[in-house]
Design a protein around this ligand. Structure first.
Ligand code: KG4
Ligand code: ZN
Length: 344
């Protein structure tokens, strides 16, 4: 089955074709980062309008790359949520209409399921069951995944998502949007150990996270080290290092706990922040200590992309799931309500 995937939930238009027999055939991404950069974050209305401009040309490009015609596609998957309502509506309208015009089964995919399953596109794919740490711009969640399609939430952030915290710290340090990769790059120049930031919510039981206190701690450190309103570059790098280290250590502590509570041995990390090399290193070391293994998507498939939606959609369509003619756009959508897929 060849499935066309359409992702437009935020500031990236991502298109891909996934073939259940031959894997990923082609994909393409258009990032709106430059459009939003001058506003310091995503402007929803601008995002929707740009998805309208870019989605159809990208679909044509991906079909060409794959050497396919529209008529060769036999399944359609689009991101139905969660995300920005207007942005979702663009992909959903195009996806559902194409599905109807081509008379092929169509499914609205949960964006976080897409992220979570992205490591299954890799050669070294995890088997079920596994634990998943989903860390993106909008979510920080620990999920137990007993079988394909069933997601039991065992921990989440009570306030900011990890990616959001990275983006806000980037702003404090005068870096551009999206800040995560830039904070990570700056941290490479940082002196380890100059600052020690708190590891929030780690000295009490439970698997929930909180990043707003760490964010305030970071802001106070920035303010305390300004001289005549300016902070020097080395100090910025030292702060970036301490912040990244605190986030990574916090995740290591919670994931170790989740390993020990669940008895599972496989941990998947996915979502934009899973591109963070320091986080990967630390989680991989912890997983090894616990006798387990860490799995993650290739760097290009950590942040939003069409391949993860085509793949997740393909799994659901193969299991016989498909939607009626409604155009689904659910800005808020709980993953735990998704139907498990029985053919896993
Ligand atoms: O998954 P994603 O592309 O979009 C959402 O679904 O939200 O994640 C974007 C987030 C942004 O907050 C970005 O700053 C963060 O992922 N991010 C990173 C890195 N690369 C992207 N955060 C830390 N380190 C990175 N290398
Ligand atoms: Zn995402």
């Amino acid at each position: 089955m060849k499935v066309l995937g359409i992702e437009t939930s935020c500031d990236e238009s991502g298109i891909a074709v996934y073939d259940s027999d031959h894997g990923l055939l082609a994909d393409a991404l258009y990032s709106q980062v430059e459009l939003h950069q001058k506003y310091g974050g995503v402007v929803p209305e601008l995002a929707s309008r740009d998805h309208i401009r870019k989605t159809l040309p990208l679909i044509k490009k991906v079909l060409e790359k794959a050497g396919l015609e529209l008529g060769d596609i036999n399944g359609l998957a689009y991101t139905a949520g969660p995300g920005l309502a207007g942005a979702l509506l663009v992909g959903a309208s195009i996806g559902r209409s194409l599905g109807m015009a081509l008379d092929i089964p169509t499914v609205g995919v949960h964006h976080m399921e897409g992220h979570l399953l992205a490591p299954l596109l890799e050669d070294n794919a995890p088997e079920f069951p596994f634990l998943a740490l989903l860390v993106s711009g909008g979510h920080t969640q620990l999920v137990e995944v007993p079988v394909l399609g069933q997601y039991n939430l065992i921990g989440e952030s009570l306030d900011d998502a990890a990616g959001e915290a990275f983006d806000k710290v980037a702003k404090m340090l005068g870096l551009n949007y999206p800040g995560g990769p830039l904070v990570a790059k700056l941290a490479e120049q940082g002196n380890p150990g100059r600052f020690k930031f708190p590891r929030p919510m780690t000295n009490r039981p439970g698997l929930d996270f909180s990043f707003s206190g760490l964010k305030t701690f970071t802001l106070n450190t920035v303010e305390d080290h300004k001289v005549d309103g300016v902070i020097d570059e080395q100090c910025k790098a030292d702060i970036a290092w301490a912040f990244q280290e605190a986030v990574a250590d916090t995740m290591v502590i919670k994931c170790r706990r989740a390993f020990q509570h669940s008895g599972m041995k496989r941990l998947v990390i996915a979502g934009g922040v899973s591109a963070n090399i320091r986080l990967r290193e630390k989680l991989a070391a912890m997983a090894k200590e616990e006798g387990g293994e860490l799995y993650y998507p290739g760097l290009a498939y950590c942040t939003d992309n069409g391949a993860m939606i085509a793949y997740a959609g393909c799994m659901r369509l193969l299991a016989g799931q498909q939607d009626d003619l409604a155009i689904l756009a659910k800005p808020r959508w709980n993953m735990e309500t998704l139907p498990a897929l029985t053919n896993s």
